[in-house]
Design a protein around this ligand. Structure first.
Ligand code: PMP
Length: 367
């Protein structure tokens, strides 16, 4: 019996490309020519070396990652990077600038403060995080160890569509919920990190792209030697993310998803698709006034579309009836309320069309 797949609008883990799931399913019992499942394979085997090598090569190709950057697949989620970044890159006596545009950058600040001094370069918490800063609002402090931003705020649905001018600062970006949804110029960043379970693959790994000089600089910090070995970036670079046993299946699936993305035409191609999908949804939100977007128009996320209805009862009814119609995961995060449609790379355009149709009908009946 063919299994029906619903439209899963969840913020992550989220929908994966069907061809990637199909390939994994086909080869789950035994990888061709290997005779055993990827779930059972040694991370030290030649087969797995090829799998992780291909995954890294795809990442490098997609973003044109230069040779002086390392591509790592680390444990602990993006959450661990909130800690690892300051532990490695924020030496005693220095400070870091943090741009705060939502709950995730707020969490990053909390962890950084445990390690060292933090300057808040911008926050719009008072507005309940609806936008990214204007250039004249950014209070960067020259000499900071780095400047950190969360370039797509998954909960509030606020996205930087362009990296702001951050001068000569080392830029550290949490790109978890829009990594590879659009072209990215790696050379503008010192560190890029992203939990895999939204736009890259299943949960279990975090992609970290880090410039070589920062790995070396981290090792010069006095406190570096006292860090647990797993928390030192320098551990993972020579070991090529294989210092300890990594989640081999997550790396394998991410590799398949990256292969799918390359086959689609890479970041330029997915950029256009994502633009079209988001435009359709925002056009419906703006059509009549019944729906109301959370984020300011110029800061709207193309990945996490947050919106409200006239009241909370209608929002609950909307989520319930949408679920019954095969559209799950639409309830917004409790800190924002309302609805959130997460439409990552692998989320099909037909699902956006289905949601837009449902929104029109819902308004007719309840507006
Ligand atoms: N940053 C952002 C922007 C996120 O959306 C998330 C997870 N939703 C995190 C960090 C935390 O990621 P993880 O759950 O992988 O630790």
């Amino acid at each position: 019996m063919a299994l029906e797949r619903i439209f899963n609008f969840a913020a992550g883990p989220a929908m994966l490309p069907v061809p990637a799931i199909e390939e994994a399913q086909r080869d789950l019992l035994a990888l061709p020519g290997v005779g055993m499942s990827v779930l059972e394979i040694s991370h030290r085997s030649k087969t797995f070396e090829a799998i992780i090598g291909e995954c890294e090569a795809s990442v490098r190709k997609l973003a044109n990652v230069p040779e002086n950057y390392h591509v790592l697949f680390l444990p602990g989620g993006a959450t661990l990077q909130f800690s690892m970044v300051p532990m490695n890159l924020l030496p005693a006596g220095s400070w870091a600038d943090y741009v705060v545009t939502g709950s995730w950058s707020e969490k990053a600040v909390k962890e950084a403060k445990k390690v060292g001094a933090v300057n808040i370069a911008f926050t719009d918490k008072a507005e309940n995080y609806v936008r990214v800063p204007r250039a004249d609002e950014l209070k960067l402090t020259p000499g900071a160890a780095y400047v950190h931003l969360s370039t797509n705020e998954t909960i509030h649905g606020v996205e930087f569509h362009k990296l702001p001018d951050l001068g000569s600062a080392v830029v550290v970006a949490d790109t978890s919920s829009h990594m590879f949804s659009r072209p990215i110029d790696a050379t503008k960043y010192g560190v890029i990190y992203a939990g895999a379970q939204k736009n890259l693959g299943p949960a279990g790994i975090t992609l970290v792209i880090i410039r070589d000089d920062l790995v070396k600089k981290a090792a010069e910090n006095k406190a570096y030697a006292t860090l647990p070995v797993m928390l030192q970036y320098g551990t993972h670079v020579p070991e090529k993310s294989l210092y300890n046993t990594p989640p081999v299946f997550a790396i394998y699936m991410t590799g398949l998803a990256m292969k799918w993305l390359l086959g689609l035409g890479g970041l330029g191609a997915i950029d256009k698709i994502n633009e079209r999908k988001a435009n359709k949804l925002y056009a419906e939100i703006d059509r009549s006034g019944f729906y109301r977007g959370h984020a300011a128009k110029d800061s709207r996320s193309r990945m996490n579309v947050t919106f409200r209805l006239p009241n909370e009862d209608l929002e609950a009814k909307f989520a319930k009836e949408a679920k019954a119609a095969g559209m799950d995961g639409l309830k917004g995060h409790r800190s924002v309320g309302g609805l959130r449609a997460s439409i990552y790379n692998a989320f099909p355009e037909s699902g956006v069309d289905a949601l837009v149709g449902f929104m029109k009908e819902f308004e007719k009946k309840n507006g």
